[in-house]
Write a new protein. Structure first.
Length: 286
């Protein structure tokens, strides 16, 4: 990702406007990540698109978009750029090298990096990918959690979701986003470097399903029964969330129809025309 594209993405992220010129570089970026809607010679971005741009900049480049603007970025030299971003071009290290945030299911012991830890609720362990891969992972699967709040509150997630998990003792991994502490590309590298089954718990909306489908391997998505999920989305789902996301990810969503792991969930969400965040399953009244 070159410096000019980064500058454009930061400008889009911070702008109150949603319409931008569809240059070659930004058009290629949007095609790769299924962001923005082409309208004539322009690209139109929703607020969800802008948030996803922030997550991509954080995950792939280490740039915190909330504190870095296009003006603060474009005038920096190489040495100063190192203070705001990590990239092979600027920092001389592989983008794939990063940190992981790890934990277990409640009541289980974490067995990684040659050690064992009994972590209290809401606690997790941050380790370099190389350290984790340098030792045996003492768990029977990987469980990827999309959102940080859900990762923290895993012990409170409803049984109707967690009972759909085939593994008994997975290594729970935070996917990573703009809130820091982990990176999505590092999660992908972890998956690619192991043979453990991969399960994911994501938001029940178009963006969540696209995230799941983008994992290098995926055995199953965690969810309540399709009937129960349909009822919950109809009752508690957010139509605006669905409409904003489906407009910007239509190409990626077309591919989900042929994916037996994801298509049934997509059908439920698409039929409801609403999205339901995973936080619902650890914050609703009992």
């Amino acid at each position: 990702m070159d410096k000019r594209l980064i500058n454009t993405l930061l400008r889009i992220f911070h702008s109150l406007d949603g319409r931008f010129s569809a240059g070659r570089s930004i058009s290629a970026f949007c095609a790769e990540y299924n962001l923005g809607m082409k309208q004539g010679a322009s690209l139109v971005f929703t607020e969800e698109d802008k948030r996803e741009i922030g997550r991509i900049l954080q995950g792939e480049m280490g740039i915190d978009s909330t504190t870095t603007t296009s003006e603060s970025w474009k005038h920096l030299g190489r040495a100063q750029s190192l203070q705001l971003a990590r990239d092979e071009k600027f920092a001389g290290r592989s983008v794939g090298v990063g940190r992981l945030r790890l934990k277990t299911l409640p009541g289980h012991t974490l067995h990684v990096a040659g050690g064992s830890w009994d972590l209290p609720y809401r606690a997790d362990l941050g380790l370099d990918l190389a350290t984790v891969l340098g030792h045996e992972i003492g768990h029977d699967a990987l469980l990827v959690i999309e959102n940080l709040q859900t990762f923290d509150e895993l012990h409170n997630v409803d049984a109707d979701v967690m009972d759909s998990l085939p593994a008994r003792d997975p290594l729970v991994v935070y996917r990573g986003d703009t809130q820091g502490g982990a990176r999505a590309d590092t999660i992908h590298a972890l998956i690619e470097s192991t043979i453990l089954p991969v399960y994911a718990f994501v938001d029940y909306d178009p963006a969540g399903l696209v995230i799941a489908s983008g994992l290098p391997r995926l055995d199953k998505l965690l969810a309540p029964s399709l009937q129960d999920l349909g009822t919950l989305i109809q009752t508690h789902g957010i139509a605006k969330r669905y409409l904003e996301q489906v407009a910007t990810a239509s190409h990626a969503l077309q591919h989900l129809k042929g994916d037996s792991r994801i298509a049934p969930l997509w059908e439920v969400i698409h039929t409801a025309g609403k999205g339901l965040p995973q936080e619902f399953f650890h914050s609703r009244p009992i």
